[in-house]
Design a protein around this ligand. Sequence first.
Ligand code: BV8
Ligand code: ZN
Length: 242
Amino acid sequence: MATNDQILLARAHLASARNVTILTGAGISADSGVPTFRGADGLWRNFRAEDIATPEAFERNPRLVWEWYNWRRELIATKQPNPAHDALVKLEQQWADRMWLITQNVDGLHCAAGSQRLSEIHGNIWKVRCTSCGVISENREIPLPILPTCPLCHALLRPHIVWFGESLREEDLRRCNQVIRSCDLLLVIGTSGVVYPAAGFASAAKDIGALVIEINLDSTPKSNLVDLSLQGRAKDLVPLLL
Ligand code: BV8
Ligand code: ZN
């Protein structure tokens, strides 16, 4: 559990920072009841990520992939942002253009909490994209009719989510490069640090001399790289920091 000294030190680093970038993963939503990907209650338990969150899986069996996303949409629909999400909204209100939030989460809870200076680099589970005309739209239907089709061209819709083996959107990659290169403090909250390119952001920040602080329930492969590793629940620690 993070000690008081560690929390005071982290607060001091935050107070003296000019530009702060935040990277969040499934751990920040765990306190809202959204299962993480690789933890004991991991989402992937019934499926391996490679089997289901990939363009090949969708090509091979769109029905199965849509059933998995419908299950997750139903699961997430009843979840609310927690104090960690809310604390990051307050930080944004105080810091304005000196802060940016990068999230790997597709659950939309940062938006629901009110975050606006945000990049959802893996997409958003509440958005669908036409596999033919590419139109992206928000869709909160639960469940979506299996094999939903585009209202414009009637082709198959897919989740507007970045799958394994798919590149992130150019504008997200540009934004991440910009806010990682210009920050003097990177706060990494609730990610296991295994999925690239997000898993490379902590070392990229270290390379430009930024301070990196990690908040996580456990230690991660990045814990020995960061300047300060605070162990505990995001919903407890993030409000304390900010
Ligand atoms: C790409 C959408 C170019 C799906 C997701 C370089 C090296 C090695 C591999 C690669 C590489 N470049 C590309 C790859 C391949 C791949 C990759 O990284 N594979 C890994 C598995 C090795 N990356 C890609 O394919 C990326 N594309 O790089 O494009 C390219 C193109 C073709 C070929 C090569 C390169 C695209 C990656 C995006 C994949 N899509 N999501 C969906 O969600 O439906 S990733 C998925 O994992 C989620 O988005 C999730 O957010 C993300 C990361 O997981 P975490 O958020 O970290 O969650 P996890 O459960 O793992 O950890 C939770 C953590 O929270 C734990 O540490 C736990 O201790 C902690 N925690 C739990 N409770 C709490 C807590 N902490 C605090 N408080 C709590 N209460
Ligand atoms: Zn279409």
